[in-house]
Ligand binder design. Structure first.
Ligand code: CTP
Ligand code: MG
Length: 241
């Protein structure tokens, strides 16, 4: 069912988390796909799934991995009837599309990168709660600390957006399920996140405050930071050994 407005209506229905984990991790440069690299001794994809479970806000979790890693993923994820593994695709967008197809019954989707392995469960719960109040597209974001400039192909600066108006966007990104399905059906111009596809439909996307711990583990420096966080005492979340 598609509703034409962005009106705020309380709503019920099942929340399905889609966890893209089918990337190779080229920028991390490891010998195994990034989602299977361990942080504090636990594979990132498992940490991400544990965070979703700990949020108490998710009814079902669908993890997308590459074909050859389906069995490994099933073996390392928490054994649960609510956790499923499906085959992802060549690009992240293809992996998310595979997850959407595997959940025709969802009322809401939370799309959450495996690479954001330390995301606090409370942030996940906040995104889901905001969806349940009737907002149809909800994404967490943090103010940026660097000045951001746009540049042309030769590297010449073409503009400096006002920093106060910028947010660095994280996951989970939450959507009314019909909206995300429409966004993926209408997909044309590439977008670097799921909300970008929804924006192209002209639908309002709401931001809520993100969390520094929801950073994406992309480079070796990020992995170092993530391991240091789990080594420290003030992580603020429980991690299953
Ligand atoms: N992802 C996916 N399917 C792809 C590509 C990426 O499911 N074909 C997932 C990754 O596994 C990751 C998330 O999307 O959890 C965010 O992508 P990114 O951080 O770019 O991870 P990778 O694509 O693995 O890393 P890189 O771009 O450095 O290769
Ligand atoms: Mg990538």
């Amino acid at each position: 069912m598609n509703t034409p407005d962005n009106g705020v209506r309380p709503s019920d229905g099942s929340v399905v988390a889609l966890v893209p984990a089918a990337g190779r991790g080229v920028r991390l440069g490891g010998s195994i796909p990034k989602a299977f690299v361990t942080v504090g001794g636990t594979p990132m994809v498992r940490l991400a799934v544990e965070g979703l479970i700990a949020s108490g806000a998710v009814d079902r979790i669908i993890v997308m991995v590459s074909t050859e890693l389906v069995d490994s993923a099933v073996a390392l994820l928490p054994p649960s009837d609510s956790v499923h593994v499906v085959v992802g695709g060549a690009e992240r967008i293809d992996s998310v599309r595979a997850g959407i197809a595997a959940a025709p019954d969802a009322a809401y989707f939370l799309v959450h990168d495996a690479a954001r392995a330390l995301t606090p469960p409370a942030l996940i719960a906040r995104v889901a709660a905001e969806l349940r109040t009737g907002h149809r597209a909800v994404i967490p974001g943090l103010p940026v600390t660097d000045t951001i400039k746009s540049v042309d192909a030769a590297g010449a600066v073409t503009g400096t957006p006002h920093r106060a108006q910028l947010r660095a966007i994280q996951t989970p990104q939450g959507f009314a399920a019909d909206l995300l399905r429409s966004a993926y059906a209408a997909e044309g111009i590439p977008a670097t996140d799921d909300a970008g596809l929804v924006e192209k439909l002209g639908i309002e996307v709401r931001t809520i405050p993100g969390d520094p711990l929801a950073f994406k583990i992309t480079t070796p420096l990020d992995l170092l930071l993530a391991n240091a966080v789990l080594d420290g005492a003030s992580v603020g979340r429980a991690v299953t050994p």
